[in-house]
Design a protein around this ligand. Structure first.
Ligand code: GLA
Length: 412
């Protein structure tokens, strides 16, 4: 996937949503023009997401509280000449062009980044949606493999482009499910629906409380300028396809079987406690995480809505402990980052912090008083380097709008 110049992703920037969005969109238009010698017809934009709380609950029918962030995958594209229906797509990051047949006949293959597109193309073909040839160029200012849903954003940007090209509009939930299917079948990650749904239905007004069983979404307003969402990337890539994620899913399925419920959404911490001794200890810990995390997520949404940020922060720390000790998906680097945030504490402007996304690397998310955010970001990066010898990347994001198409004529 293509990326922007380093200074956009590697430094802390308090830039407002529109600024970053504009930069990515303009860069995509420019790359398309350089590559194909004409202006694009469409700029399909899909945001990444950061999850405030509710981790490893989505595939258990539970609750999540993500927000779409102002970091995007942008695909600049235009109809191309020639029949036979193919998507010719250029990625500047790897300086590679790939041709994908639009009849859906392509299996997953190399290069692997193109599998996200192949999977979405297959889903459109399966629905009988006819597509003529398309030229496209991808640009992203989302860190790749950083737990901010760069792959979901690529799937959703592709689906958004293909909707336009096919002259159709999918229902948002169906669009998210279709993209999730692409991830399952073409990237080998049996993920839940959170990432794709957040990228599709993101709302600049706030975070999204998603009931992953009914797929109902409620926007929890989060516009208080006094509090910011700070994202700290450990720059340790997470790889969900290596089996650990899939193993957690299997363990959760096993837990619901042993507890006699359809999904862990139907279980409570008390049920897990009562079954203790009968359950395999690992399975019991997994179930304890999911059942307590669901409660924390619903409580956090209520506190967020009431502007009770300190309470949200406490729940975030508790979530991190649960992910570290019971679900065992944290890492030494993520733990170091959360420890640093906790040590800075409320006096230094930090209200709460936790790992975000699938885990095993990637980012932390922290709630920080806006007045302190520059100094917190500086301390986090400096301390992280001291403790791990590694370089962190930090940035702030406001909630962002979900996937949409920008008319290139409106981009200056
Ligand atoms: C990854 C998956 C999501 C979700 C999170 C953990 O991001 O893609 O579906 O399971 O991990 O909450």
């Amino acid at each position: 996937m293509s990326s922007l110049p380093n200074n956009i992703t590697s430094s802390w920037s308090p830039a407002p949503a529109e600024a970053s969005h504009g930069v990515a969109v303009r860069a995509a238009g420019r790359v398309f023009h350089e590559r194909f010698g004409a202006a694009p017809r469409w700029l399909a934009v899909a945001p990444g997401r950061v999850n405030l709380i509710g981790e490893h609950t989505d595939y258990n029918g539970g609750y999540v509280l993500p927000l779409a962030i102002d970091r995007h995958v942008v695909i600049a594209a235009a109809p191309a000449a020639g029949d036979g229906g193919r998507l010719r797509v250029y990625s500047a990051a790897v300086d590679t062009t790939v041709d994908i047949r639009l009849d859906g006949s392509e299996p997953p293959g190399e290069p692997s980044w193109a599998n996200y597109l192949r999977g979405v193309v297959r889903a459109f073909a399966d629905r009988g949606l006819a597509l003529g040839s398309i030229d496209a160029a991808i640009v992203s200012d989302l860190p790749l493999g950083g737990g901010l849903s760069s792959s979901a954003a690529l799937e959703v940007a592709t689906a958004t482009l293909l909707e336009k090209a096919a002259g159709t509009t999918l229902d948002p939930e169906e669009k998210a499910r279709l993209c999730r299917q692409a991830e399952h079948d073409f990237a080998g990650v049996p993920c839940g629906v959170m990432d794709q749904l957040a990228s599709v239905v993101g709302d600049a007004a706030g975070a999204l409380l998603i009931d992953c069983r009914s797929e109902q979404v409620r926007v929890i307003p989060f516009a208080d300028p006094a509090v910011s969402v700070l994202i700290c990337n450990t720059n340790m890539k997470h790889a969900l396809a290596d089996g650990a994620y899939a193993r957690r899913r299997t363990e959760c399925a096993e837990a619901s079987l042993q507890l006699g419920v359809a999904t862990l959404r139907d279980a409570t911490p008390a049920m897990v406690e009562a079954a203790n001794g009968k359950l395999d200890p690992v399975i019991a810990r997994r179930a304890r995480h999911v059942t307590t995390e669901n409660l924390r997520t619903v409580a956090a949404a209520a506190h967020l809505e009431a502007g009770e940020f300190a309470e949200v922060g406490h729940l975030m720390y508790a979530s991190h402990r649960s992910l570290r000790d019971d679900f065992e998906v944290s890492s030494a680097e993520l733990d170091a980052m959360v420890d640093i945030a906790r040590e800075i504490g409320p006096a230094g402007g930090v209200l709460g912090s936790r790992m975000t996304g699938g885990g095993f690397g990637g980012c932390t998310v922290s709630l920080v008083r806006t007045d302190f955010v520059a100094s917190v970001a500086g301390t986090m990066a400096a301390e992280y380097r001291k403790r791990t010898g590694r370089t962190a990347t930090t940035f702030v994001s406001r909630p962002a709008q979900g996937a949409h198409v920008v008319d290139p004529l409106t981009v200056v």
